[in-house]
Design a protein around this ligand. Structure first.
Ligand SMILES: Cc1ncc(COP(=O)(O)O)c(C=O)c1O
Length: 425
C-alpha cells in the first residue's frame, strides 16, 4: 500500500482479503495453532519458517493491525504490545542491557520517566535526561561510551513541548545509536518521525489510534534504516549469535528491515509476554480506520479552545503549540504543518482551589486520567496525579497547582467553549 495516501492506508492498510475471505480483519481468538508434523512446527521454533504457534508471541489479528501501523509510519516492520508502557520498555530493552545508558528528553510522559529513572535504573540501565531545547553542545555532552539509544516524544504529555526530531536524530546518529520517538500525540496522520530521521517509533495506541477509550495497547515500528552491523559492538543482541535461537544473528538473517522487530517478538515477547489481545487489536483497527478523519477535528477543537482560553482574563497561561504565542509554534509548524493534537493545557488564576471549582462546574468535559478520546476530558494534576506534592514542589516541576489539561474530543467546538466559559464564570 506504500503508494496510497494516508487516508487509504488508514482504511485499508495491513489486510487484503483473498477470494471469499472476511472483509473485516478476523479476530483470531486462539492461543495456539495446529501443525501436521513436529518438524513443520520445529521450523517455526528455529525461525526457519514464518508462522504462528502461540499467541504470547504472535497472532494474525495483531499482525494485520501492526502492518497497517507500519504503513502509516512508513516503517519496515511493526508489532503490537499490551500497552504503551510495554512498547517503550520493549523498544529500549531490545537494545539495552545492564550497563547501558540512554539519553532521553526530560519532557516526556510521567510513566515513561518513571520507567527510565526508576525501574530501568534498577535493572542497571542508566538515563541522562536533557532538555527538549538542549543545544547541540548540551546534547553531545550527554552521551557516554555505553549510550545505546536516544528517546523523546514528538509532542510531550503533559508539557506539550515539541521535540526537534532532526536535531535529536543527528546527535543519536553522530554517536552511532538510534533515535526512538514516542509519536502517541500527533499520530502518523500529523507527524511521521521516520521522515525526519527517527529510527524506531512507539505508540500508546490507547490514545488517538484507538480514540474511543476502549482498549489499552501499544505499538513499536522499525524504520528499517538503522545499520546495526555498522555499530555491531554496541548492539551484540542483534549482531552476535542468540543462543536461545540456535545461534541466529538477527541483523544477518533478517537484515536492517527485519532484525529489530523479529528480535523483540521472538525474544522479548517470548520471555516477558505483554502481547496485545487479538480482541483489543480488532478494536484498535476500528479506531485506525477513522484516524485520518478524527485527527483534523481534534486539532480544530484544540486550536479553538486554546485561542478562547488565551483571551480569557481568568487564564494565566495557555500551552498549545498551535498558538502563535507558544514557544514551540515554529517547531510545530515544521514537523506538524496540519496541527499536532487536541490536548491543551492552561493555568487558571487562583491555583488548585480555582482549578477544582472550575472542573466541578464542567458539564461536557469529564474529569478523567485519560487523554486523546472522542469525548472531551480534563485533569488537574495538583488534585489528582500529583496530589502528594506541595505547591512549591509543583512549581519546581513546572506543573503549577492551577494547571488544567484538557483533551479536546470530537464534540462541536462551540459547545466545548460554551461549557468552559460557563465553568470559568
Ligand atoms: C506519550 C505517552 N506514551 C506512553 C504512554 C503509556 O501508554 P499506556 O497507558 O497505553 O501504557 C502514555 C500514557 O498516557 C503517553 O501519554
Amino acid at each position: 500500500m506504500s503508494n496510497y495516501s494516508m487516508d487509504t492506508k488508514c482504511v485499508q492498510g495491513g489486510y487484503t482479503p483473498g477470494n471469499g475471505e472476511p472483509r473485516q480483519i478476523p479476530i483470531v481468538q486462539s492461543t495456539t495453532f495446529k501443525y501436521a508434523t513436529s518438524s513443520d512446527m520445529g521450523k517455526l521454533f528455529d525461525l526457519e519458517a514464518s508462522g504462528y504457534f502461540y499467541t504470547r508471541l504472535q497472532n494474525p489479528t495483531n499482525d494485520y493491525v501492526a502492518a497497517k501501523i507500519a504503513e502509516l509510519e512508513g516503517g519496515s516492520a511493526a508489532m503490537l504490545t499490551s500497552s504503551g508502557q510495554a512498547a517503550n520498555f520493549f523498544a529500549l530493552f531490545n537494545i539495552c542491557e545492564a550497563g547501558s545508558h540512554v539519553v532521553a528528553s526530560s519532557s516526556i510522559y510521567g510513566g515513561t520517566f518513571n520507567l527510565l529513572a526508576v525501574t530501568m535504573a534498577k535493572m542497571g540501565i542508566e538515563t541522562t535526561f536533557v532538555s527538549p531545547d538542549a543545544t547541540d553542545e548540551e546534547l553531545a555532552a550527554a552521551f557516554k561510551d555505553n549510550t545505546r539509544a536516544v528517546f523523546g516524544e514528538t509532542i510531550a504529555n503533559p508539557a506539550l513541548t515539541v521535540l526537534d526530531i532532526e536535531k535529536f536524530a543527528k546527535a543519536a546518529h553522530d554517536h552511532g545509536v538510534p533515535l526512538i520517538i514516542d509519536n502517541t500525540f500527533p499520530t502518523p496522520v500529523n507527524c511521521r518521525p521516520i521522515e525526519w530521521g527517527a529510527d524506531i517509533v512507539t505508540h500508546s495506541t490507547t490514545k488517538y489510534m484507538d480514540g474511543h477509550g476502549v482498549a489499552v495497547g501499544g505499538a513499536i515500528v522499525d524504520s528499517g534504516k538503522f545499520d546495526w552491523m555498522a555499530h555491531a559492538d554496541k548492539f551484540p543482541g542483534l549482531t552476535t549469535p542468540d543462543d536461545s535461537y540456535h545461534g541466529i544473528v538477527y541483523a544477518e538473517k533478517f537484515g536492517k528491515e527485519g532484525a529489530f522487530i523479529t528480535k523483540a517478538t521472538s525474544q522479548l515477547m517470548r520471555d516477558l509476554g505483554s502481547i496485545q489481545s487479538p480482541q483489543n487489536a480488532f478494536y484498535l483497527n476500528l479506531g485506525l480506520e477513522s484516524l485520518h478523519v478524527r485527527m483534523p477535528k481534534h486539532v480544530e477543537n484544540g486550536q479553538a479552545v486554546a485561542e478562547f482560553l488565551e483571551k480569557h482574563e481568568k487564564v494565566v497561561k495557555v500551552n498549545y503549540p498551535g498558538l502563535k504565542s507558544d514557544p514551540y509554534y515554529d517547531r510545530a509548524m515544521k514537523y506538524m504543518g496540519n496541527g499536532g493534537c487536541g490536548v491543551v493545557s492552561f493555568e487558571i488564576a487562583g491555583g488548585r482551589e480555582a482549578a477544582e471549582a472550575f472542573m466541578g462546574k464542567l458539564k461536557i468535559c469529564a474529569i478523567e486520567t485519560h487523554v486523546a478520546d472522542a469525548r472531551t476530558c480534563c485533569l488537574n494534576p495538583a488534585t489528582s496525579t500529583h496530589r502528594q506534592m506541595t505547591d512549591e514542589q509543583l512549581n519546581a516541576a513546572g506543573i503549577p497547582a492551577g494547571l488544567i489539561r484538557i483533551s479536546c474530543g470530537l464534540e462541536d467546538k462551540k459547545d466545548l467553549i460554551a461549557d468552559i466559559e460557563q465553568a470559568l464564570a
